[in-house]
Design a protein around this ligand. Structure first.
Ligand code: NDP
Length: 309
């Protein structure tokens, strides 16, 4: 039973230690050294080079090192019929909830205006809008969207969600499909993108979507850079329709140093750090999946390749 680790962003030593502390018998190889390729049953990957998963005759699972799997489907030479699983990890979800709540509260209490006044040494009292008047729309109401929505509802925000399939969720108004998309946008003062990146969600945050949002709305993208048309966002902010944006993910990462987002007074930029996988938290899930596929059982958190998430 061996794992092949392929990631430039994650620390292989941390992962090896976290996995060995749970099961010292498990083999651990770091790509490009796959040891005996026939021993590899699970590939643990983040943005692997195309074709790197070929030549592993007993590969039973491609396990993402993150919640998203778009990086896996980008490989045109992905081995056929090998299941793909993603991480659903409490620590990762907690970090995401924490980050999005930070962005929502900063916008809600107008930290941008308060900081601007501070820089001018201007004692300017900006009264808060009642929280129940701040309508939050969440695109994607899966593991992270739901946890975020629950936290925001508990804080007092009016929350609505948009999903692919119909949902019924207690305190959260639920929309789906293209009509539902328009309805949700029309009622979102703060729009949060927590969608997986698939063909149908690529470029969804565009000029038409921004024009549908209420005047002064705010956009938070923590999903993937390709959900957003960057020029359309700049235009919607610069023409005064949107009040600003908070972005963790970008078309090109790292964001080029000459990119207009960096110095834009109404855009907060963070370098894709909203939720980072912690090996000590997520390792048990990887081992559990390895043991399941080793005995021919179905692993947890499988992705449906027909929908792409
Ligand atoms: P889930 O798979 O649990 O949830 C995805 C949600 O998106 C579901 O509610 C799904 O609808 C909805 N959805 C999918 N396709 C469509 C569509 N075409 N139209 C409308 N809704 C759709 O994902 P997670 O919550 O775990 O993660 C969401 C994303 O967050 C990840 O894919 C990743 O890109 C991003 N992420 C970013 C991080 C960062 O650091 N910035 C860290 C972790 C994740 P339905 O319920 O009907 O299936």
């Amino acid at each position: 039973m061996s794992i092949l680790f392929i990631s430039k962003a994650d620390n292989p030593t941390e992962w090896q230690q976290a996995l060995a502390s749970l099961d010292p018998e498990i083999g651990f190889q770091v790509w490009p050294d796959s040891g005996k390729p026939e021993d590899i049953e699970v590939a643990l990957v983040w943005k692997h080079p195309p074709g790197a998963l070929l030549g592993l005759p007993n590969l039973k699972l491609i396990q993402s090192l993150g919640a998203g799997v778009d990086h896996i489907f980008m490989d045109p030479r992905l081995p056929k019929n090998v299941p793909i699983a993603r991480l659903v990890d409490a620590e990762l979800t907690r970090q995401m909830v924490e980050y999005v709540t930070l962005a929502v509260l900063s916008r809600h209490r107008r930290l941008d205006l308060i900081r601007g006044a501070q820089l001018l040494r201007d004692w300017q009292v900006i009264p808060p809008v009642p929280i129940s008047c701040s309508r939050v729309g969440i695109l994607g109401f899966g593991e992270i969207g739901r946890a975020t929505g629950n936290t925001l509802v508990n804080l007092g925000f009016k929350v609505a969600s948009w999903t692919r399939t119909p949902h019924t969720v207690g305190a959260v108004a639920s929309y789906h499909g293209s009509e539902g998309f328009t309805s949700l946008l029309q009622k979102s003062d703060i729009l949060i993108c927590l969608l997986p990146l698939i063909a149908k969600t690529r470029g969804l945050l565009n000029a038409e979507a921004f024009a549908t949002l209420p005047t002064d709305a705010y956009v938070i993208n923590v999903a993937r850079g390709a959900h957003l048309i960057e020029q359309d966002l700049l235009a919607a902010i610069d023409n005064g329709h949107l009040s600003g944006a908070w972005l963790d993910v970008f078309d090109a990462e790292p964001l080029p140093s000459n990119h207009p987002f960096w110095a834009h007074p109404k855009i907060v930029v963070t370098p894709h750090l909203a939720g980072l996988t912690v090996a000590s938290s997520a390792a048990s899930q990887v081992i559990h999946n390895l043991r399941l596929v080793h005995i021919g059982k179905t692993p947890q958190n499988l992705v449906d390749p027909t929908v792409g998430y």
